[in-house]
Design a protein around this ligand. Structure first.
Ligand code: TTP
Ligand code: MG
Length: 601
């Protein structure tokens, strides 16, 4: 998809055509089928006229004189046979055209959805934090569907109408130029009218899609926060909010519909004018003997055939405008480029997980610096801890290691290589990460455990679960490792989720373990057990651990204390306690010796 040319914002249809090069043959086949179908659609009217001609003129008729068929009845039989053939061809081409267009619509829909999803997935974490899930969802589902609807019926209808105009025009042109002029009088009016309406409708439909995205965003947020809404009895307020955005959507739609509906009466008036003139002037020509009765019937029928589909033009153009507004949004999404692109280098084997931060300065978006020059070294094989008050930037620091963001200045090095030079696979493949808020996928416990290594054996999965102190509670679940958890599944407690996340990271067998408050939600006893397991796990690898509960990091080779975006102190637990700085104070608070004032003694 990176090779796709940037679509021009002016013509989403052109962008679509360029983007789906590989379906051009199918598009051409579909267009050909629709063209044949249109021709077969117009033919019965001509045959009908020929039949009238036979009845009126007998052997002088068109069929009699040109095809040389004798006898009125024989002539009618020929016409009937031709008519039957036309009907069969009409049905057949209609069937094939329908298959082709629908197939195309489904395929394009599928391709765009998958492509848009994979684009969204490639975009950096910062983009996702800025963009609401609901809005992305509305593009991935609503907008893609809207386009499918247009390709399914709209494209066909437009083509059919255009061809009808051309074919009927040809018949008229060879018959009488005066009549051609009159019958086609409404066409320029309709075409110019359509173009003007298109211009007017464009921003209206852009607004419709925008408000639809807003509705989607609000719904997604509210459904995600339903327990909070209930806990604060904010139901009425939230219903009002949904009502507000939904009403905006309705109003935007109403404006668009009002404009597009005004188009239909205009077209009908123009059509009436064309129809009336053909009827009257054509009849006058027949009275004067300048036009055959048969041909007159053909023209009257054809005017009907020509102008009637145009009444639906309003609806079709409506569908078109909606689809184009959606296509713009889809391509705008496809055009998004991730800020941090991955490098090309791979870590030299064996990967050891040695980490170094050099003068790292970092902040979010346009916000102030969160980290203001952090220097930190974790030699390969050691376990280090980062501590500091809440909001000090500990999680941010870990996110830089995984390269969810890039620093504003300075470098993050893994085994001596700048992480920006590494491929995602090499960088993130070397790391086992447990984030502060654990996410479990909808699936079995086993699926969740083996997420980073789907090919792991049952024994390996169980081993990792044991190390994370998770095997016990998993075995007690209704279906053990096969229990379905996550959304629409069994809900696990915070501590249970953390242990699954920890096992998931351990199972990956990474060179570097990065744990962000990985055991904050488990009880002291379980934590002590996990601590013992982790000592085994981290003996052969590097680890960087963030923890509030200092007892968990006591045994770390080195503890880094973050304060005001800098490393304020660092050393072993004993050194830091002896130094009597920030860490010593925190330790005193946690062990109880500092809060106990005289009154408590
Ligand atoms: P964190 O790095 O999340 O702070 P922390 O991990 O040290 O805190 P805690 O112990 O509570 O987990 O955030 C540091 C600052 O960065 C904080 O002021 C909030 C800000 N921030 C953003 O502006 N945008 C973000 O997406 C995040 C994650 C943090
Ligand atoms: Mg944090």
């Amino acid at each position: 998809m990176t090779s796709a040319p940037p679509p021009s914002a002016r013509s989403p249809l052109g962008a679509l055509w360029r983007h789906h090069r590989r379906y051009r043959r199918r598009v051409v086949a579909a267009i050909a089928c629709t063209s044949v179908n249109t021709a077969m659609d117009v033919a019965p009217e001509i045959l009908l006229g020929a039949a009238v001609d036979v009845v009126v003129r007998g052997d002088d008729s068109f069929v009699g004189s040109t095809l040389g068929v004798d006898g009125r009845f024989a002539q009618l039989v020929v016409i009937a046979a031709l008519n039957a053939l036309v009907w069969i061809l009409e049905s057949l081409s209609d069937y094939v055209a329908s298959l082709l267009w629908r197939g195309l619509a489904q395929t394009v829909e599928h391709d765009l959805r998958v492509e848009a999803y994979s684009t969204v997935q490639r975009l950096d974490v910062a983009w996702h934090e800025r963009t609401s899930t609901g809005k992305v969802l509305s593009v991935l589902s609503d907008d893609v569907n809207q386009l499918e609807r247009f390709l399914d019926v709209g494209a066909r209808t437009i083509l059919h109408t255009a061809w009808t105009v051309v074919l009927v025009g040809a018949v008229f042109a060879v018959t009488s130029w005066q009549l051609t002029l009159l019958a086609f009088l409404p066409v320029p009016v309709i075409v110019l009218g359509s173009i003007r309406f298109q211009r007017r409708l464009e921003p209206l439909y852009a607004a419709v899609r925008e408000t639809a995205g807003e509705v989607s965003a609000t719904l997604a947020t509210n459904l995600g926060g339903l327990t909070t809404i209930k806990a604060f009895t904010a139901e009425e307020r939230e219903t009002a909010r949904v009502e507000r955005v939904s009403d905006d959507y309705r109003v935007a739609n109403r404006r668009a519909i009002a404009s597009s509906s005004a188009f239909v009466p205009l077209i009908r008036m123009a059509i009436l004018a064309g129809f009336t003139s053909t009827l009257l002037l054509g009849g006058w020509f027949v009275f004067e003997g300048r036009l055959e009765v048969g041909l007159y019937s053909v023209l009257v029928f054809l005017t009907q055939r020509l102008l009637w589909p145009l009444t639906d033009l309003g609806q079709t153009l409506d569908l078109y405008q909606r689809a184009m507004a959606s296509t713009r949004r889809i391509f705008a999404l496809l055009d998004e480029e991730p800020h941090g692109v991955d490098g090309t280098r791979r870590l030299p084997a064996p990967v050891r997980g040695g980490l170094e931060l050099r003068g790292v300065r970092f902040g979010y978006d346009d916000g102030p610096d969160v980290l203001r020059g952090v220097d930190l070294v974790v030699p390969a094989g050691e376990t280090h801890a980062v501590v500091g008050s809440t909001g000090a930037g500990k999680s941010s620091l870990l996110r830089l290691v995984l390269r969810f963001s890039d620093p504003r200045a300075g470098q993050v090095l893994l085994d001596g290589v700048d992480v920006r030079d590494l491929t995602w696979e090499s960088l993130r493949g070397a790391i086992g990460y447990v984030s502060q808020d654990v996410f479990l996928f909808h699936g079995t416990v086993r699926d969740n455990l083996a997420y980073g290594r789907p090919e792991a054996s049952d024994a390996e999965v169980e081993q990792a679960a044991r190390l994370a102190e998770a095997h016990g509670f998993i075995s007690a679940l209704p279906e053990g490792y096969a229990t379905v958890v996550g959304e629409r599944g069994l809900t696990l407690s915070g501590g249970q989720r953390q242990r699954i996340a920890l096992a998931r990271a351990i199972l990956r067998d990474p060179a570097l373990l990065v744990l962000d408050e990985a055991t904050s939600a488990v009880d002291n006893e379980t934590e002590a057990a996990i601590q013992r397991s982790l000592a085994v796990v981290t003996a052969s690898r590097t680890a960087l651990v963030v923890a509030h509960r200092l007892s968990t990091v006591r045994d770390a080779h080195r503890i880094w204390v973050l304060s005001e975006g800098r490393v304020a102190e660092s050393g072993t637990h004993d050194e830091l306690v002896a130094a009597g700085g920030i860490y010593a104070q925190l330790w005193a608070v946690q062990t109880g010796s500092a809060v106990a004032g005289p009154a408590h003694r």
